[in-house]
Design a binder for this molecule. Sequence first.
Ligand SMILES: NC(=O)c1ccc[n+]([C@@H]2O[C@H](COP(=O)([O-])OP(=O)(O)OC[C@H]3O[C@@H](n4cnc5c(N)ncnc54)[C@H](O)[C@@H]3O)[C@@H](O)[C@H]2O)c1
Length: 393
Amino acid sequence: MGATTVAQQAVCGWHGHSAGSISAGIICCLQMHGGLYQNEFAVCSWGLVSGGFGGGDAKTSSSWCVRQQKDWGYTGLAKIPEETSLLSQECRWCDPVFPTQNGKVAIVTGGTKGIGYQTVKHLARLGMHVIIAGNSENEGQEAVRKIQEETLTGKVEFLYCDLASMKSIRQFVQRFRAKNCPLHVLVNNAGVMLVPERKTEDGFEEHFGLNYLGHFLLTNLLLDKLKQSGTHSHNARIITVSSATHYVGELHLNDLQSRCSYSPHGAYAQSKLALVLFTYRLQHLLTANGSHVTANVVDPGVVNTELYKHVFWVIKVVKWMTAWLFFKTPEEGASTSIYAAVSPEMEGAGGCYLYNETRTKSADVAYDEELQRRLWTESCRMVGISDESSRVP
Ligand SMILES: NC(=O)c1ccc[n+]([C@@H]2O[C@H](COP(=O)([O-])OP(=O)(O)OC[C@H]3O[C@@H](n4cnc5c(N)ncnc54)[C@H](O)[C@@H]3O)[C@@H](O)[C@H]2O)c1
């Protein structure tokens, strides 16, 4: 299904929302003026449409909380047991309640800003020892300082990891191993979007190399740690941040580097689809090995972050005008990652695509097991690790 069709169907499917009409209007204008950029607009439109849904749904985090509190027998703060910590002290009445995570260790890639920063902050607030893996020492130290100040916890640290460099990822894993600590949660969050055509240190197209291959290698190098740390009743968890853009993505196995024809939107969408295929294959392998580790993939919705710094200027203007209405805040955007990382409901559950803390269907192509297998094998070859999965059907 073409991107435009998806966007149009999504718009048509949104009946009875005045905000939807505004969104659809903006999208139509963009598409009418799109001309040569139609494909780009269509993908961004898809973003805006999801943003429309996301913007509306973002506010459902409070109803989610009410539902959770009802499910768990809590009707208000007075009934929250001592071992349960609140996600946010600023919004005590509307944020979900999760068990404290003292003694647990997490790594969050790209935790210096945006969705990743909020994920780190909330995990730290729950008592986790969180390691931010990022490619800017200054931003990393600043994030650590702010989170320590805001959460009054010292259990946040920064370790340098440039996901656009296989060497840097391997060095990061070595430094992490030297700490001799367990690893209960890995959040593959970092990403870039719509960057101009350029290559990573290892010569991979940047979206594919950084967003996908970087996390593929990192996860594989940390798998033994995760397996050692997970138990039957408390599985270690791998959370990978994809995007609704994956619905319009196509995986070109014979041209993963987009050498034949490069489009920033196509490359970003491909990298996000690859992350979904990767997660499903990973969960299959973990189950086959009987490991106490689960892998899930999340879509944060459309979130007001710096990710959009490379979008076409018209989209930037539209975003600037409508963000308050359609875009989630980074805190709201982090809620599904946090839910996947610590929610008791997700204990033992793997291979799920989550949106707004709810299991949802991903693109049909992502369930293609043959494609998952072929991508895995090709990825092992590209990052230079042995493919031990080949024996698993
Ligand atoms: N913002 C949205 O609307 C949206 C929608 C869907 C999916 N996502 C996904 O959410 C994730 C987080 O994005 P965000 O919106 O918070 O954007 P952001 O730009 O605020 O944050 C991206 C993070 O990735 C880090 N990063 C970039 N290059 C890196 C590298 N080479 N090595 C290590 N870290 C690197 C950045 O330092 C930053 O911390 C991304 O994977 C993105 O694709 C975002």
